[in-house]
Design a protein around this ligand. Structure first.
Ligand SMILES: [Fe+2]
Ligand SMILES: [Fe+2]
Length: 189
């Protein structure tokens, strides 16, 4: 007689199923960043253009949040979660890859520390928005403060710090950076 039956599945079958499920979960968490890294290496691409494109999308989400009516509480929650996710992935790539290079390779120590500190401010604004009742009259003002902070921050990155880092890296290092940035973002997106 084959292994002890559990009714629906034998013990061996159950173990194989559980093993398969674990492999699937690991694959779903590990493969996207690996594939994204590989795609980035193949496609090359410009990491700074990709980050600037993120900036446009983040600002567009903030514009949409600012335009919402106080009665649209579900829409506000939805937009806030989308902003949080996109900003988190973008910040992860900058904090783990771009800013350390800006610090070490472009030798912009002061700028780097300020950029890290501004990301921390953004997170505090996000927390305040998350805690706020979504029909709170203070919502548009708080969103607009966060938008101003982000707009100034991305202007500094695009006009000052990204060009400095671009200058400090050769073409091969820039192409490699593209894959690394994609891989970091794929950890969260
Ligand atoms: Fe940033
Ligand atoms: Fe950025």
């Amino acid at each position: 007689m084959a292994g002890r039956e559990t009714g629906l599945m034998s013990a061996g079958g159950l173990a194989a199923f559980a093993g398969g499920a674990i492999v699937a979960v690991i694959a779903s968490r590990v493969l996207p960043p690996l594939l994204a890294g590989a795609a980035g290496r193949v496609a090359g691409g410009d990491p700074f253009d990709a980050l600037a494109e993120d900036h446009r999308r983040i600002l567009a989400l903030l514009d949409a949040m600012e335009r919402t009516h106080a009665s649209a509480t579900f829409r506000r929650t939805q937009l806030l979660l989308r902003l949080k996710r996109r900003l988190a992935a973008h910040a992860l790539a900058e904090e783990d890859v771009i800013y350390p290079l800006l610090h070490d390779r472009a030798r912009e120590e002061e700028d780097t520390r300020r950029l890290y500190a501004e990301h921390a401010d953004m997170k505090m604004h996000l927390f305040a928005l998350e805690m706020m009742p979504k029909d709170d009259p203070a919502w548009p003002g708080r969103v607009s403060e966060l938008r101003m902070l982000i707009a100034e921050h991305v202007h500094q990155e695009e006009e000052v710090d990204f060009p400095k880092l671009r200058e400090a890296l050769d073409r091969r290092a820039t192409a490699r950076l593209s894959g690394t940035v994609r891989r970091e973002k794929a950890l969260l997106l």
